[in-house]
Design a protein around this ligand. Sequence first.
Ligand code: 16G
Length: 236
Amino acid sequence: MDQTTKHGILHEHLRRLIERELAPHARLPAERELAEQFGVSRMTVRQALERLERERRVYRVRGAGTFVARPAITKGIELTSFSEDMRGRGLRAGSVLRSAGITAAGAEVGFALGLSPAEEVVHVSRVRTADGVPMCVEDSWLPAAAVPGLLDGALDGSLYETLLVRYRISLRRAEQTIRATVLDRDTAALLEVPAFGPALVVERTAFDQRDRPVERAVSTYRADRYAFELEVTRPG
Ligand code: 16G
Protein backbone atom coordinates (compact mmCIF):
# COMPACT_ATOMS: atom_id res chain seq x y z
CA MET A 1 0.00 0.00 0.00
CA ASP A 2 1.35 3.36 -0.99
CA GLN A 3 0.92 5.46 2.12
CA THR A 4 3.83 7.74 1.52
CA THR A 5 2.61 10.04 -1.20
CA LYS A 6 -0.32 12.43 -0.86
CA HIS A 7 -2.30 10.69 -3.56
CA GLY A 8 -1.41 7.33 -1.98
CA ILE A 9 -2.95 8.43 1.31
CA LEU A 10 -6.01 9.85 -0.40
CA HIS A 11 -6.36 6.68 -2.49
CA GLU A 12 -6.30 4.56 0.65
CA HIS A 13 -8.90 6.78 2.32
CA LEU A 14 -11.23 6.64 -0.68
CA ARG A 15 -10.76 2.91 -1.05
CA ARG A 16 -11.92 2.42 2.53
CA LEU A 17 -14.83 4.78 2.02
CA ILE A 18 -15.91 2.81 -1.06
CA GLU A 19 -15.62 -0.51 0.70
CA ARG A 20 -17.23 0.42 3.95
CA GLU A 21 -19.67 3.19 3.40
CA LEU A 22 -20.68 3.79 -0.16
CA ALA A 23 -23.21 1.70 -2.04
CA PRO A 24 -22.55 0.63 -5.62
CA HIS A 25 -23.18 3.49 -8.06
CA ALA A 26 -23.02 6.09 -5.30
CA ARG A 27 -21.31 9.27 -6.43
CA LEU A 28 -18.01 10.24 -4.89
CA PRO A 29 -17.56 13.85 -3.81
CA ALA A 30 -16.44 16.12 -6.64
CA GLU A 31 -12.71 16.59 -7.29
CA ARG A 32 -12.89 20.13 -5.97
CA GLU A 33 -14.57 19.05 -2.73
CA LEU A 34 -12.04 16.29 -2.17
CA ALA A 35 -9.18 18.70 -2.79
CA GLU A 36 -10.59 21.13 -0.23
CA GLN A 37 -11.44 18.45 2.30
CA PHE A 38 -7.98 16.91 2.21
CA GLY A 39 -6.01 20.07 1.61
CA VAL A 40 -4.42 18.69 -1.53
CA SER A 41 -4.28 19.85 -5.13
CA ARG A 42 -6.77 18.81 -7.82
CA MET A 43 -3.87 17.02 -9.47
CA THR A 44 -3.41 14.83 -6.40
CA VAL A 45 -7.14 14.05 -6.32
CA ARG A 46 -7.06 13.14 -9.98
CA GLN A 47 -4.12 10.78 -9.46
CA ALA A 48 -5.93 8.98 -6.64
CA LEU A 49 -9.13 8.69 -8.70
CA GLU A 50 -7.26 7.44 -11.73
CA ARG A 51 -5.72 4.72 -9.65
CA LEU A 52 -9.13 3.69 -8.28
CA GLU A 53 -10.41 3.61 -11.83
CA ARG A 54 -7.54 1.36 -12.94
CA GLU A 55 -8.39 -0.94 -10.06
CA ARG A 56 -12.02 -0.93 -11.27
CA ARG A 57 -13.25 0.29 -7.92
CA VAL A 58 -14.85 3.35 -9.53
CA TYR A 59 -16.02 4.41 -12.94
CA ARG A 60 -16.18 7.92 -14.28
CA VAL A 61 -18.90 9.50 -16.35
CA ARG A 62 -17.83 12.60 -18.20
CA GLY A 63 -19.63 15.63 -16.88
CA ALA A 64 -21.38 13.66 -14.13
CA GLY A 65 -18.66 12.54 -11.76
CA THR A 66 -17.04 9.45 -10.31
CA PHE A 67 -19.15 6.53 -9.12
CA VAL A 68 -18.61 3.40 -7.09
CA ALA A 69 -18.26 0.43 -9.43
CA ARG A 70 -20.39 -2.58 -8.82
CA PRO A 71 -19.73 -5.19 -7.71
CA ALA A 72 -16.85 -4.38 -5.43
CA ILE A 73 -15.68 -7.97 -5.47
CA THR A 74 -16.41 -10.62 -8.02
CA LYS A 75 -15.66 -14.27 -7.82
CA GLY A 76 -14.79 -16.09 -10.99
CA ILE A 77 -15.71 -19.59 -11.92
CA GLU A 78 -12.31 -21.06 -11.06
CA LEU A 79 -11.89 -23.09 -7.93
CA THR A 80 -10.14 -20.64 -5.67
CA SER A 81 -9.95 -20.06 -1.96
CA PHE A 82 -11.22 -16.96 -0.24
CA SER A 83 -7.62 -15.93 0.48
CA GLU A 84 -6.69 -16.21 -3.20
CA ASP A 85 -9.77 -14.24 -4.25
CA MET A 86 -8.91 -11.41 -1.93
CA ARG A 87 -5.22 -11.40 -2.76
CA GLY A 88 -6.15 -11.12 -6.42
CA ARG A 89 -7.99 -7.92 -5.60
CA GLY A 90 -5.23 -6.42 -3.51
CA LEU A 91 -7.14 -6.99 -0.28
CA ARG A 92 -5.95 -8.67 2.88
CA ALA A 93 -7.95 -11.82 3.64
CA GLY A 94 -8.76 -12.54 7.25
CA SER A 95 -10.84 -14.84 9.39
CA VAL A 96 -12.65 -14.55 12.65
CA LEU A 97 -13.05 -18.04 14.01
CA ARG A 98 -16.54 -18.58 15.42
CA SER A 99 -16.22 -22.23 16.36
CA ALA A 100 -14.25 -25.34 15.50
CA GLY A 101 -14.91 -28.88 16.63
CA ILE A 102 -15.65 -32.46 15.73
CA THR A 103 -19.24 -33.56 15.21
CA ALA A 104 -21.20 -36.32 13.53
CA ALA A 105 -21.64 -35.59 9.83
CA GLY A 106 -25.42 -35.81 9.86
CA ALA A 107 -27.46 -36.69 6.79
CA GLU A 108 -26.79 -33.70 4.54
CA VAL A 109 -23.06 -33.19 5.09
CA GLY A 110 -22.56 -36.97 5.23
CA PHE A 111 -24.25 -37.37 1.88
CA ALA A 112 -22.09 -34.68 0.29
CA LEU A 113 -18.88 -36.14 1.69
CA GLY A 114 -19.76 -39.77 1.05
CA LEU A 115 -19.89 -40.55 4.78
CA SER A 116 -22.54 -42.17 6.91
CA PRO A 117 -24.40 -39.68 9.15
CA ALA A 118 -22.62 -40.99 12.26
CA GLU A 119 -19.09 -40.57 10.89
CA GLU A 120 -17.02 -37.73 12.29
CA VAL A 121 -16.35 -34.47 10.53
CA VAL A 122 -14.36 -31.41 11.51
CA HIS A 123 -16.62 -28.38 11.47
CA VAL A 124 -15.02 -24.94 11.17
CA SER A 125 -17.15 -21.81 11.20
CA ARG A 126 -15.56 -18.49 10.24
CA VAL A 127 -16.42 -14.95 9.32
CA ARG A 128 -14.20 -14.07 6.37
CA THR A 129 -12.96 -10.54 6.07
CA ALA A 130 -11.36 -8.39 3.38
CA ASP A 131 -9.16 -5.68 4.84
CA GLY A 132 -11.01 -6.25 8.10
CA VAL A 133 -14.50 -5.86 6.56
CA PRO A 134 -16.77 -8.92 6.92
CA MET A 135 -17.60 -10.43 3.52
CA CYS A 136 -19.07 -13.83 4.25
CA VAL A 137 -19.92 -16.32 6.93
CA GLU A 138 -18.44 -19.65 6.05
CA ASP A 139 -19.01 -23.11 7.49
CA SER A 140 -16.76 -25.93 6.34
CA TRP A 141 -17.04 -29.61 7.11
CA LEU A 142 -14.21 -32.04 6.36
CA PRO A 143 -14.00 -35.79 7.00
CA ALA A 144 -12.16 -36.06 10.34
CA ALA A 145 -10.18 -39.06 9.09
CA ALA A 146 -8.77 -37.02 6.19
CA VAL A 147 -7.44 -34.19 8.32
CA PRO A 148 -6.15 -35.64 11.61
CA GLY A 149 -5.03 -32.94 14.05
CA LEU A 150 -6.50 -30.08 12.01
CA LEU A 151 -7.96 -28.52 15.14
CA ASP A 152 -4.59 -28.55 16.92
CA GLY A 153 -3.11 -26.03 14.51
CA ALA A 154 -3.99 -22.39 13.92
CA LEU A 155 -7.17 -21.81 11.91
CA ASP A 156 -6.74 -18.13 11.25
CA GLY A 157 -4.96 -18.55 7.92
CA SER A 158 -5.97 -20.19 4.65
CA LEU A 159 -7.71 -23.53 5.08
CA TYR A 160 -6.84 -24.60 1.54
CA GLU A 161 -3.19 -23.80 2.12
CA THR A 162 -3.23 -25.86 5.31
CA LEU A 163 -4.83 -28.75 3.42
CA LEU A 164 -2.11 -28.57 0.82
CA VAL A 165 0.89 -28.04 3.07
CA ARG A 166 -0.08 -30.29 5.95
CA TYR A 167 -2.15 -32.98 4.29
CA ARG A 168 -1.01 -32.82 0.65
CA ILE A 169 -4.64 -32.37 -0.30
CA SER A 170 -4.98 -30.35 -3.45
CA LEU A 171 -8.52 -29.36 -4.34
CA ARG A 172 -9.16 -29.80 -8.03
CA ARG A 173 -12.82 -29.25 -8.66
CA ALA A 174 -16.02 -28.44 -6.85
CA GLU A 175 -19.72 -28.82 -7.30
CA GLN A 176 -21.49 -25.64 -6.34
CA THR A 177 -24.98 -24.30 -5.93
CA ILE A 178 -25.47 -20.56 -5.80
CA ARG A 179 -28.75 -19.24 -4.53
CA ALA A 180 -30.24 -16.07 -3.17
CA THR A 181 -31.35 -15.71 0.41
CA VAL A 182 -32.44 -13.16 2.96
CA LEU A 183 -30.11 -12.63 5.90
CA ASP A 184 -31.40 -13.66 9.29
CA ARG A 185 -30.61 -11.45 12.26
CA ASP A 186 -27.60 -13.44 13.48
CA THR A 187 -25.88 -13.73 10.11
CA ALA A 188 -26.58 -10.07 9.33
CA ALA A 189 -25.01 -9.07 12.65
CA LEU A 190 -21.90 -11.10 11.83
CA LEU A 191 -21.67 -9.41 8.44
CA GLU A 192 -22.37 -6.01 9.98
CA VAL A 193 -25.24 -5.30 7.59
CA PRO A 194 -28.96 -4.75 8.26
CA ALA A 195 -31.06 -7.83 8.94
CA PHE A 196 -33.31 -9.19 6.19
CA GLY A 197 -31.08 -7.80 3.44
CA PRO A 198 -30.14 -9.93 0.42
CA ALA A 199 -27.27 -12.39 0.38
CA LEU A 200 -25.77 -15.05 -1.85
CA VAL A 201 -25.36 -18.53 -0.48
CA VAL A 202 -22.84 -20.83 -2.11
CA GLU A 203 -22.88 -24.48 -1.21
CA ARG A 204 -19.73 -26.21 -2.29
CA THR A 205 -18.47 -29.77 -2.30
CA ALA A 206 -14.78 -29.75 -3.17
CA PHE A 207 -12.89 -32.79 -4.44
CA ASP A 208 -9.19 -33.59 -4.15
CA GLN A 209 -6.69 -34.88 -6.70
CA ARG A 210 -8.16 -38.38 -6.39
CA ASP A 211 -11.66 -37.02 -6.76
CA ARG A 212 -12.58 -37.72 -3.17
CA PRO A 213 -14.95 -35.20 -1.57
CA VAL A 214 -12.91 -33.37 1.05
CA GLU A 215 -14.90 -30.29 1.94
CA ARG A 216 -18.53 -29.40 2.21
CA ALA A 217 -18.92 -25.67 2.68
CA VAL A 218 -21.75 -23.20 2.97
CA SER A 219 -20.69 -19.60 2.42
CA THR A 220 -23.10 -16.70 2.86
CA TYR A 221 -21.89 -13.56 1.09
CA ARG A 222 -23.28 -10.09 1.53
CA ALA A 223 -24.88 -9.24 -1.79
CA ASP A 224 -23.82 -5.60 -1.79
CA ARG A 225 -20.15 -6.54 -1.99
CA TYR A 226 -20.05 -9.80 -3.83
CA ALA A 227 -21.03 -11.12 -7.23
CA PHE A 228 -20.21 -14.23 -9.23
CA GLU A 229 -18.77 -13.85 -12.67
CA LEU A 230 -19.19 -16.59 -15.25
CA GLU A 231 -18.06 -16.89 -18.80
CA VAL A 232 -20.68 -18.72 -20.80
CA THR A 233 -20.05 -20.20 -24.22
CA ARG A 234 -22.45 -21.40 -26.84
CA PRO A 235 -22.56 -25.16 -27.25
CA GLY A 236 -21.36 -26.75 -30.47
C1 16G B 1 -13.86 -20.31 -0.39
C2 16G B 1 -14.73 -21.55 -0.44
C3 16G B 1 -14.75 -22.32 0.85
C4 16G B 1 -13.34 -22.56 1.35
C5 16G B 1 -12.55 -21.28 1.39
C6 16G B 1 -11.11 -21.53 1.74
C7 16G B 1 -16.53 -20.82 -1.93
C8 16G B 1 -17.96 -20.68 -2.14
N1 16G B 1 -16.11 -21.26 -0.75
O1 16G B 1 -14.43 -19.32 0.37
O2 16G B 1 -15.38 -23.54 0.62
O3 16G B 1 -13.36 -23.14 2.63
O4 16G B 1 -12.58 -20.62 0.13
O5 16G B 1 -10.49 -20.29 1.88
O6 16G B 1 -15.77 -20.52 -2.82
P1 16G B 1 -9.14 -20.11 2.66
O7 16G B 1 -8.15 -21.05 2.07
O8 16G B 1 -8.80 -18.68 2.51
O9 16G B 1 -9.42 -20.48 4.11
